[in-house]
Design a protein around this ligand. Structure first.
Ligand code: 5GP
Length: 179
């Protein structure tokens, strides 16, 4: 009953290699800046931990915990911020780390909310992007992988709060129980 995910669509090796590349790029882009890496929990926890260690410059770490209760909240992108930042980001260069950008509403809402705190810059990095799901015009500065419009789990992403600890990324397959 629990086996509702199939083969990896992104393997651990692919993930590691891509995160190394992103880390290098971010290191280059943020060298000399007052850099704050802000992770969006819970989904981004695994990606954040690996990405942060692939970035080779001094930085501050911070987190936002968000919850989107139900489809209505998700549609509006008005996710509830369960926790606030602990760092003062005014005048700093902020990189928001997301697990996945689908419609783009959540990321857009978070960028707008953080922008009110007057950072010097704010950019978005997401492990996964589903371009076919996009309904807002959002600039994403760093994308790990573009994936098709399917529901994925693992590597931080959940299905009903489970499967976040799966070490790879798999498409959720409700028909997969017979496997
Ligand atoms: P957006 O606001 O961009 O439409 O949706 C972003 C949020 O929807 C993500 O932070 C995540 O919580 C959820 N989401 C969208 N697609 C997926 C998916 O394929 N798998 C999982 N686990 N969550 C998803």
């Amino acid at each position: 009953m629990e086996r509702i995910f199939g083969r990896p669509i992104v393997t651990q090796e692919e993930m590691r290699a891509r995160i190394r590349e992103l880390g290098k790029q971010i290191t280059t882009d943020y060298t000399g800046k007052d850099f704050v890496l802000v992770g969006v929990l819970k989904g981004a926890y695994a990606f954040y931990a690996d990405l942060a260690r692939a970035i080779r410059i001094p930085m501050r770490v911070d987190f936002l915990m968000v919850m989107s209760d139900g489809a209505r909240a998700r549609k509006s992108g008005k996710v509830k911020m369960v926790t606030e930042l602990t760092e003062d980001i005014k005048g700093k260069d902020v990189l928001l780390v997301e697990d996945i950008v689908d419609s783009g509403l959540t990321a857009q809402h978070l960028v707008k909310t953080l922008a009110r705190k007057k950072p010097r810059s704010i950019k978005v990095c997401t492990l996964l992007s589903k371009p076919d799901g996009r309904i807002v015009d959002l600039v994403i500065d760093y994308v790990g992988f573009k994936i098709p419009n399917k529901y994925v789990v693992g590597y931080g992403l959940d299905y009903q709060q489970k499967y976040r600890n799966l070490p790879y990324l798999a498409v959720l397959d409700m028909e997969g129980e017979q496997e």
